[in-house]
Design a protein around this ligand. Sequence first.
Ligand code: FES
Length: 108
Amino acid sequence: MTSKVRLCPVADVKDGEPVGVFLDDLPALAVYNVNGDIFVTDNMCTHGNAMLTDGYQDGGIIECPFHGGSFDIATGAAKAFPCQVPVKTYAVAIEDGWVCIDELGGAA
Ligand code: FES
């Protein structure tokens, strides 16, 4: 069985207000609530040195704070130029009220 890593309480992640999670041995992560569904992606934009949690969430899209690029939160797909490389997404599990991902990343 794959062990899980707890990122943050589900209750801390409000719809439209992504939360940055910074843990040892993991890349900076972003946790999102989209209409009650929880998603996790890498926090670093694939275009530059920006944290997506400093950007603007519009429904299922996260817009980078730097150059207006954006990503689909659920799939990681780049949605707006200059972002072209997808951002990594993670398979999410909810355990005991916590947002969790697989220890090894569980790329979706
Ligand atoms: Fe994110 Fe340029 S750093 S769009």
